[in-house]
Design a protein around this ligand. Structure first.
Ligand SMILES: Nc1ncnc2c1ncn2[C@@H]1O[C@H](COP(=O)(O)OP(=O)(O)OP(=O)(O)O)[C@@H](O)[C@H]1O
Length: 606
């Protein structure tokens, strides 16, 4: 059983705030000009709070333990000091006549829980070292490349290795990863790394570390797992743990809303939201399981709405490519699962996991079912994870189509929006207890506890000074779309979902092979690989793709501008070109709206 986070004494013997942090600027860190140039190219104007606090003591060589919220810039906070120290060591070696041991030795190891994160960190290193020439070489060994290629990459002794703990432990045991010269160790997403089943690997690596390695423990939450890692890896770390006021002052804000809805009505709302382009920008739709990904994708396909799916079943190359393309704005909607996140927490966080009284009554059969499910999930890639750490860029909205099982998962899901000081919104559907199981074809087991989970989420968010507000659609207007939703739902049968899932997997495996070959050689070709093409297992009726004008009757519907928790606008606006084109009379020649045909469609409670 876990201790409560706040019971742990996180205060360090070291200072917790540095003076540089009061007036932070990248110049004040006296970074190598090659790094400052790269930061400038990335348009970083000033350090984020976590960077301002951590970079100076880290450059001095102190161990670091940092808790900072998702999207706060933790990656640069540990990478910049490491890169700085490597460059200083290399320059010193060069003036020494090249005799230093820092040449051709792996001095940095960055451990992350998932392959998605490894890929991301490797790309961030590429960005920060863009002006370093061949001075700093980094490799990512969590990628899906053959063992022999990984070995040859490692035997070249790159300066930094990015890996999951399991890959690192394997290469350590075969002696291709030499840990003796190691100087810097990062454990990113430290609160999660053990729940991904990396415990033994972490023990192996801890035992193999030479003395005096500078350790960075980076985490969005401080849990017992982080405490255990601290015991294992740190010497009196400098602890950065901002108070709530500081965290709320960093400019980023997620406006959070929830909608009480029946099981089938979720689909109706989703259709209306995307078809009428009520969300302007990119969205991540989180669902409960892999089948649900395809159910939603096929459902949206009926209306000509393209989306791609992201789950642990897809080959890793496809997953990485999808995230990359999403960040380049190729796709607007991703339908994702966060299966591993949920398993991890169910297994090791009794406090957080939602207990269902009915489930207890059903006793062992439920447990068996859960075990079977977990076993099934283990066959998938257990180094998959997208609700944690992955830097989805410019996400307007995180839409919890299915509520997560825990408040912690919720926090990480919504952390995919409002990153790096930007704003965003989170919209969560929840099924009230009296409506659960009322519409079998669209019912999902995890929704049994939605009401309790939502309460927990609200309490947790209140603790960090955030509020979830109800979002009230004008359901009369929404209902006008129901018959179309019913048609679409009927077409998306269980068999269709299974076929779509298999077809997609086959195609993605083929694509993944192409991806693998082309990643290095022909990056341009990747542009032609799309992950949101129609799956076509269901006959799409073309009339369904249009929204008839009578459904957009005069004076109806919404400019869904909401007042968020802090009075700011929530980007919930009608603005889709398709809708505007339809409402010809309402659109001026220059494309500007004379009157909004969807006015009053939905209102938020203020
Ligand atoms: N000083 C800065 N100025 C502007 N943007 C920044 C700055 N530092 C980092 N970023 C950008 O902010 C985004 C989020 O950074 P990062 O992924 O490091 O956050 P994180 O704290 O690790 O989040 P998570 O906990 O979700 O992993 C990235 O796109 C990054 O390029």
């Amino acid at each position: 059983m876990k201790r409560k986070l706040d019971d742990v004494d996180w205060s360090s013997k070291e200072a917790t705030k540095s003076s540089t942090a009061a007036d932070p600027s990248f110049d004040s860190f006296a970074l190598d000009p090659r790094l400052t140039q790269a930061i400038g190219k990335l348009n970083y104007v000033k350090p984020t709070p976590v960077q301002a606090h951590i970079i100076p003591p880290a450059i001095e060589g102190k161990d670091i333990l940092a808790r900072a919220k998702t999207g706060s810039g933790k990656t640069a906070a540990y990478l910049l000091p490491i890169l700085q120290r490597i460059l200083v060591a290399k320059d010193a070696a060069a003036t020494d006549g090249g005799s230093s041991s820092s040449e051709n030795a792996t001095t940095g190891l960055v451990l992350v829980p998932t392959r998605e994160l490894a890929d991301q960190v490797a790309k961030v290193i590429e960005g920060y070292t863009a002006f370093c020439g061949k001075q700093i070489r980094a490799v990512n060994i969590a990628r899906n490349i053959s063992d022999s290629i990984q070995q040859s990459l490692l035997l070249d002794r790159p300066d930094i290795v990015v890996s999951t703990p399991s890959r690192a432990a394997i290469h350590f045991s075969t002696e291709t990863l030499d840990l003796a010269p190691l100087k810097y160790l990062v454990i990113d997403e430290a609160d999660l790394i053990l729940s991904y089943g990396h415990e033994n690997d972490m023990q192996v690596l801890a035992a193999a570390l030479p003395k005096g390695v500078q350790t960075f423990l980076m985490s969005a939450t401080l849990t017992d797992d982080v405490e255990a890692l601290k015991e294992l890896f740190c010497r009196h770390p400098y602890v950065y743990r901002p108070d709530q006021r500081e965290e709320n002052e960093d400019g980023s804000a997620v406006s959070q809303f929830y909608i009480s809805t029946g099981e089938d009505t979720k689909f109706l709302l989703l259709y209306v939201i995307f078809k009428l382009k009520l969300i302007k920008g990119k969205s991540i739709v989180f669902v409960a399981d892999v089948d649900r990904c395809y159910r939603l994708r096929l459902f949206l396909e009926q209306f000509g709405i393209r989306a791609c799916v992201l789950n642990s079943e897809l080959p890793v190359n496809s997953r990485l490519h999808i995230v990359e393309e999403f960040n380049k704005n190729v796709y607007e909607i991703i339908i994702a699962t966060d299966e591993n996140e949920i398993i991890g927490e169910e297994e090791d966080d009794d406090n957080d996991a939602v207990q269902n009284g009915d489930e207890a009554a059903e006793g062992s059969s439920a447990t068996k079912k859960k075990k079977r499910k977990q076993k099934k999930q283990r066959r998938r890639d257990n180094e998959y994870g997208v609700s944690r750490g992955v830097d989805f860029q410019n996400v307007t909205c995180v839409l919890n189509f299915d509520l997560p099982l825990t408040a912690k998962s919720y926090m990480h899901r919504i952390g995919r929006t409002a990153r790096a000081g930007r704003s965003g919104m989170a919209l969560s559907f929840y099924v009230p207890a009296d409506q659960f199981g009322k519409h079998r074809p669209t019912s999902v087991a995890s929704a049994a506890n939605d009401e309790k989970t939502l309460d927990k989420i609200k309490r947790q968010q209140a603790k960090v000074g955030c509020e979830l507000k109800p979002y009230n659609f004008d359901m009369k207007q929404v209902e006008a779309f129901r018959y179309r939703m019913d048609d679409a739902l009927r077409a998306v049968t269980k068999v269709a979902v299974q076929n779509a899932r298999m077809q997609e997997l086959r195609q993605e495996l083929l694509a993944s092979d192409r991806l693998k070959r082309h990643f290095e050689e022909n990056p341009e070709d990747l542009k032609h690989l799309r992950h949101d093409r129609e799956i076509k297992v269901v006959r799409v009726q073309s009339h369904m793709k249009r929204v008839p004008e009578y459904l957009l009757a005069k004076g109806q519907a919404a400019t869904m501008v909401q007042q968020g928790a802090n009075g700011g606008n929530v980007p919930f606006k009608v603005g889709g070109r398709r809708v505007q084109r339809k409402g010809k009379k309402g659109v001026k020649a220059g494309g500007r709206k004379k009157r909004d045909p969807l006015k009053s469609f939905g209102k938020a409670k203020k």
